[in-house]
Design a protein around this ligand. Structure first.
Ligand code: SAJ
Length: 407
C-alpha cells in the first residue's frame, strides 16, 4: 500500500491517479476540513478531468484520513515555501511530514519525496531526521526523490503523459518505485541519483522563469519605443531555432515564481542571470500599475474606482491565487492608498479575498470605464464584445478591439 502524505494540488491528483490504476492508496493530510471534504465525495480544487478521476479512485477504494499509515511506501507531497529574506527553501513541512512518517514506518520502508526542494535539501534536512530516529538509510529506510512535473490547468493529461525523474540512493529501490509510477505514467521514467533529481526539477522551472523574463524585458524595451512586442515575437518565432515565450503582468504560481530563488539563495555569487530574471518578473505588476496610471492620464480619467481588474488567479482557467500578479498589484495599490477603490473580479474566486471584489461579470463590466485584463480566462475571451466602448489594457494579448492598450 502507498501512503501519500499531503493531498494538495499535487498529492491529490497523484493519489487519485495511482488508485485509479490499481495501486492500493491511502491519502493522508493533517487538514481535517480537507479530509472531510474528500470523504464527503467532493474534490477540493478545480482541474480538468479531476472529478472523473476522483470517482474512479473512489470506486477503486482510495481512503482519505488524517492518520499516517503503517506501510512500506510513503510519498510525501507537501508544500515547500521559500524564505522571502534568505531566498532559501523552507523545508519545514517536508521535515514535519518525514518526522511523522518515522513515528509509524516499519524497517524496510521507502520514503519518496515528491515536493520540489533545492539541491542538497534532502541531504541537509531529510537524512538527519531519519537518522535521529535510529534508522540507517539504505538498510532500514530507503530514500527516493520523484519531483512532480505537472502543469496546473492540464494536470491530468500531464500526469499520464509527461516523462518523469526518479532519484534514488539505490537504483534497485528506484526500480521498485518506478513500478508504482509506471502504473499510470506513459512517459519515460529516468532513474538517477537524488541530488541530480533535485537539481533537474529546479532547473526546469528556472529555464521557464528566465525565458519569461526575457519576454517581459522585450515588452519593456518595445513599450519604450512604441513597438509591437507581440508582432516582433511572432516573427522571431518563425526562425527555426527561436522560441520566445509571452510577456505578461508577472509570474505567479507556487513554482516558477519560487523555485529559481532557491538557486539564487544557494549560489548568490553565481546565479546572476537567474537573479536578474526573477527581479524582472517580480517587477511586472508595478510595470502594469504604471501603465494603468499612464493610460488613465491619457484618457483624462481621475477616478480609480472606475478601473476594473479582471482576474485574480495566477493564470488562466485555474482557481489558484498563489503569488498571483494581481494580488501583488493590489498590495502595491494599497501602498498608494487606492487598493480598496479599484474593482476586481474573477469567475474562479467565489470568496471575498480583496476589497471591492465583485462576483458578477456583467455587473463588474458595467461598473467600470477602464478594464485591465490580467488573466485570460475563457470567460472573458468568450465575452470580449461586452468590453466594446471601454478603455482596455490587455496584458495577455487576447483582445483585438480597436484602441486596446497593450503591455
Ligand atoms: N507565464 C507568462 N508567460 C508565458 C508563460 C507563463 O507570463 O509565456 C506566466 C503565467 O501566466 C503564470 C506563470 O508564468 O503566472 C507560471 O505559469 P506556467 O503555466 O508557466 O507554469 P506553472 O507555474 O503553472 O507550472 C510550472 C511548470 N513548469 C514548467 O513548465 C517548466 C510545471 O510543469 C511544473 O510541474 C510546475 O511549474 C511545478 O509544480 O513546479
Amino acid at each position: 500500500m502507498v501512503n501519500i502524505i499531503g493531498l494538495g494540488y499535487i498529492g491529490l491528483p497523484t493519489a487519485l491517479m495511482m488508485a485509479a490504476h490499481g495501486v492500493e492508496v491511502v491519502g493522508t493530510d493533517y487538514n481535517k476540513e480537507l479530509v472531510a471534504t474528500l470523504k464527503s465525495g467532493k474534490t477540493t480544487f478545480k482541474e480538468d478531468g479531476i472529478d472523473e478521476l476522483f470517482q474512479k479512485a473512489i470506486e477503486a477504494g482510495i481512503v482519505f484520513t488524517t492518520e499516517y499509515q503503517v506501510t512500506d511506501t510513503y510519498i510525501v507531497s507537501v508544500p515547500t515555501p521559500y524564505d522571502k529574506f534568505s531566498k532559501k527553501v523552507d523545508a519545514c513541512y517536508v521535515v514535519a511530514a518525514v518526522k511523522d512518517v518515522m513515528k509509524v514506518c516499519p524497517k524496510g520502508a521507502t520514503v519518496v519525496i515528491e515536493s520540489t526542494v533545492s539541491p542538497g535539501t534532502i541531504d541537509r534536512f531529510v537524512r538527519p531526521v531519519i537518522e535521529e530516529n535510529g534508522f540507517v538509510i539504505g538498510r532500514d529506510i530507503h530514500l527516493v526523490h520523484a519531483p512532480e512535473r505537472i502543469i496546473p490547468g492540464n494536470m491530468i493529461y500531464e500526469l499520464l503523459h509527461n516523462n518523469r525523474t526518479i532519484g534514488a540512493d539505490d537504483p534497485k529501490i528506484g526500480q521498485i518505485i518506478k513500478k508504482y509510477y509506471s502504473s499510470f505514467c506513459q512517459g519515460e521514467i529516468v532513474i538517477t541519483d537524488i541530488r541530480t533529481a533535485e537539481m533537474t526539477k529546479v532547473v526546469e522551472n528556472t529555464f521557464r522563469a528566465v525565458n519569461i523574463a526575457f519576454a517581459n524585458e522585450l515588452a519593456k524595451i518595445c513599450r519604450h519605443d512604441n513597438m509591437d512586442v507581440y508582432e516582433i515575437i511572432r516573427i522571431c518565432n518563425m526562425h527555426p531555432r527561436v522560441n520566445i515565450l509571452q510577456p505578461g503582468p508577472g509570474v505567479g504560481g507556487h513554482c516558477i515564481s519560487v523555485d529559481p530563488w532557491f538557486l539564487v539563495g544557494d549560489y548568490p555569487s553565481l546565479a546572476k542571470v537567474i537573479d536578474e530574471s526573477m527581479k524582472t518578473n517580480d517587477g511586472m505588476p508595478d510595470f502594469v500599475l504604471n501603465r494603468i496610471y499612464e493610460i488613465m492620464k491619457k484618457h483624462g480619467m481621475t477616478d480609480i474606482g472606475r478601473v476594473g481588474l479582471y482576474g485574480l488567479t495566477y493564470k488562466e482557467n485555474v482557481d489558484d491565487m498563489r503569488e498571483s500578479p494581481t494580488l501583488q498589484m493590489i498590495e502595491s495599490m494599497e501602498r498608494h492608498l487606492c487598493g480598496n477603490m479599484v474593482k476586481i473580479y474573477d469567475p474562479f474566486i467565489k470568496k471575498d479575498v480583496v476589497p471591492s471584489q465583485m462576483h458578477d461579470f456583467d455587473e463588474f463590466i458595467n461598473s467600470v470605464d477602464f478594464i485591465v485584463i490580467l488573466v485570460g480566462h475563457d470567460e472573458i475571451k468568450e465575452n470580449m464584445e461586452k468590453l466594446r466602448g471601454k478603455v482596455i489594457l490587455d496584458t495577455r494579448n487576447i483582445c483585438d478591439i480597436e484602441g486596446v492598450h497593450k503591455l
